[in-house]
Ligand binder design. Sequence first.
Ligand SMILES: [Ca+2]
Ligand SMILES: [Ca+2]
Ligand SMILES: [Ca+2]
Length: 397
Amino acid sequence: MKTKLIVLVCIFFIMLVLPTAAFSEIASSDDPLSTNVTTSVFQPFQPRMWFDVAVESYGQSLELELDEFPGTIFKWNRNSYPFVTATDADGENAFNFEFGPIRGIYLTDLNYDGLPEFCARVMWGSGIIDERIYVCDYAAKRTYELSDRFNYHFSLFMKDGELFATQRVAAYGQPIRTGKLAIIDDKLVIVDFTHDEPTVGIANAVAQPGGTVDVTYSIKNNTNGFTTLDLAIKYDSEIYTPLTVTPAGMLGNPLDGNIFVVNPSFNGNDLIRIAFASSTQVDGDGSLFTIRYKVDEKAPPLDVPLSVEVIKAQIISTLSESTDIDLKVEPGLLIIGIMGDINGDGEITPEDAILLLQMYVGLIPWTPRALLLGDINSDGIIDTTDAALILRLVVGG
Ligand SMILES: [Ca+2]
Ligand SMILES: [Ca+2]
Ligand SMILES: [Ca+2]
């Protein structure tokens, strides 16, 4: 939290004190009338790849000239030091990148001066290789390094026109952090810009007494992933009982090194215990598992809260290193009732039609029960037609 604040304050401060640097001046010197006319246009530098041997194969060297550094030729040498040289307009050596071997370079403006930094992916060492990130602020002739030999690898990738960095455990390869690069307090860091926390959500579901219902439990904001889940789900067997618990593709494939085990009646109680372990990190959003519940024939009309208790969720990095995930829960509802019983008294009466129309015209807020039991003709919308059909059900039509 503190880091995010510092970044925002830094960005604001830089924008405040360096407005002229953040703008590039465009003036035409060909037309004498326009020599005093200067237009300023904010041109943020669009991140892009210069080259990456992991993406495409290249020869022994490449050359690059940038509008931001006119006349300067940057040359990458695949295997010989200096791995990148900069030559100025006079053909003089202006700067050497004193790090390497460089396997990829991405260009992005990290300090908001409108000029790109050279962000290099480096494979360092012989025998045991470190993946490292070096950033060269060519305008200031400064270099920053992100490395942690034997412990962590750091790599770069582009996605949706943005540059991202990933930190992985050297021995196992699991990513533990992905975010944007930033220079904070003169240090190169990876800043995680995700604001939303990982959350397990339960979809609302509806069932008639004596019927069955599939309830889906999903995860969202799962950016950093998990390797274990330990969950407990309470139910009330007098009202509803689990029949099956089916893992979704994300958790279910043993070929992916996943183990998913369920006890539907822990210690003989109305408690489902779910334990999940994976050899790799499961990331991304989607369905985790689906529970099919059987609703008792004598179950009254009810709105039953559906939740899940997260006993433990972890990212396991090494034998000695693991991180607990603060997995939030968004509960859902199991609505037990019959179509058209909007007020949940177990009968279809004109009151249900009145209630539906009051919600329809916005006099009272929609209830989950009305949304799940109100679409009598199943056309996907709840409106006056459904109210009329409820009235027909009253007289047995
Ligand atoms: Ca810059
Ligand atoms: Ca009713
Ligand atoms: Ca309808």
